[in-house]
Write a protein that binds this ligand. Structure first.
Ligand SMILES: [Zn+2]
Ligand SMILES: [Zn+2]
Length: 389
């Protein structure tokens, strides 16, 4: 049968209340104390076994129902450092902090699924680990949970995640095997030359001129070093040099980000950045030092688990409302660290139009509550699909 799970009306009303309460009280990376309390208290009231403390504010709820494997369902709980401008009744009570990515909705939907499944043990057999992680934005709370032994303490066989996706209609779900979101790396390039009088450039080595050549040349990595069918973005987002009108500075610092989908491409971009920068700089007598830091790996879905997710999603929205070949996003997601350790699938759940500020990380964004029954139904159908009776 296609459609949202029957009997969710009352639960949807409750999830809406939870979601708006979470929205009004946003907390950022590793400070999700109130949110963690909220989640833990709800999970306990549904009869789940609650574990706290992983990655400081992380919460894991275990729902056991007979013999069978353990699977992980994950939601993120954190907000962003954004000043909310929605003027909604439930807008942020914490100035400078805002749920602008919909993690309030993700948390409410996974709580809703935990409640529904706890009340319907006839639907699945095995154990579900409901993973509520902190610090998805910037700080890699998912990585910290994995490093602190998430999958040793909760040995799930597979792990699943979701994100609401503005620009995709409500009632549609997008997923694909392989990478759905990019790897996110940062870099810092320090140029050291010899400062000089701006009227006497021959007396020194001009790091601004050298840095400018490097900024241009870095763009050839994507266009001339990476295979034309592969993807890479190199963006220089900061160029710091000089303090006054008439001095050519002796140092310059460039910073930026790199996005890729495949480890081979990531390796290639990092190597070429170093080669291009040091060779150009050396040609002008300037020293270039590259610091390159890999932040988030690509979010890569495994084939078998993507097929399970597809079957569950089709039962909710129908085959015709699945988007099975979405264009991957150059954004990044720390669920990738969980997917590095366990096979699984991350899906996008349609959240409606993305105009008028209804986009992720906008101060005008608000999670679309019409998504709540769709996302919760997906979790419930997924439990039935991966842990059949
Ligand atoms: Zn975000
Ligand atoms: Zn997000």
């Amino acid at each position: 049968m296609i459609g949202t799970v029957a009997g969710l009306d009352e639960l949807t009303a409750e999830m809406t209340t939870w979601r708006r309460d979470l929205h009004a009280h946003p907390e950022t990376a590793f400070e999700e104390q109130r949110t963690g309390d909220f989640v833990a208290e709800k999970l306990a009231s549904f009869g789940l076994e609650v574990h706290r403390g992983l990655a400081r504010t992380g919460v894991v709820g275990l729902l056991r129902n007979g013999d069978g494997p353990m699977v992980g369902f994950r939601a993120d709980m954190d907000a962003l450092h954004i000043h909310e401008e929605t003027n909604l009744p439930h807008s942020s009570r914490n100035p400078g902090r805002m749920h602008a990515c919909g993690h309030d909705g993700h948390t409410a939907m996974l709580l809703g699924a935990a409640r529904h499944l706890s009340e319907h043990p006839d639907l699945f057999q095995g154990t579900i680990a409901f993973i509520f992680q902190p610090a998805e934005e910037n700080e890699g709370g998912g990585r910290v949970m994995v490093e602190e032994g998430l999958f040793d303490r909760f040995p799930v066989e597979k792990v699943f995640g979701m994100h609401n996706w503005p620009g995709l209609e409500v009632g549609r779900i997008a997923l694909r095997p392989g990478p759905l979101m990019a790897a996110y790396d940062i870099f810092e390039l320090t140029l050291t030359g010899k400062g000089t009088h701006a009227g006497m450039p021959h007396m020194g080595t001009d790091t601004i001129m050298v840095g400018s050549q490097i900024v241009s040349a870095l763009q050839t990595i994507a266009s001339r070093s990476v295979h034309p069918i592969d993807s890479a973005v190199v963006s220089v987002t900061q160029f710091h040099a000089g303090d006054t009108w008439n001095v050519l500075p002796g140092t310059a610092v460039l910073r930026g980000t790199v996005r890729t989908f495949r480890p081979e491409v990531q390796d290639l971009v990092q190597r070429r950045m170093g080669e291009v920068a040091t060779a150009i700089a050396a040609g002008f007598g300037v020293e270039a030092v590259l610091r390159y830091e890999r932040r988030y790996p690509p979010t890569t879905n495994s084939a078998a688990e993507t097929e399970l997710a597809r079957r569950a999603a089709a039962r909710v929205v129908g085959e015709e409302s699945l988007d099975l070949d979405p264009m991957p996003s150059m954004g990044a997601e720390d669920f990738s660290f969980m997917l590095q350790k366990r096979p699984g699938c991350y899906v996008w759940v349609g959240a409606g139009p993305s105009d008028q500020g209804r986009n992720l990380h906008s101060p005008h964004y608000d999670f679309n509550d019409a998504v709540l029954p769709v996302g919760t139904s997906y979790w419930v159908r997924l439990a039935e699909t991966v842990l059949p009776k």
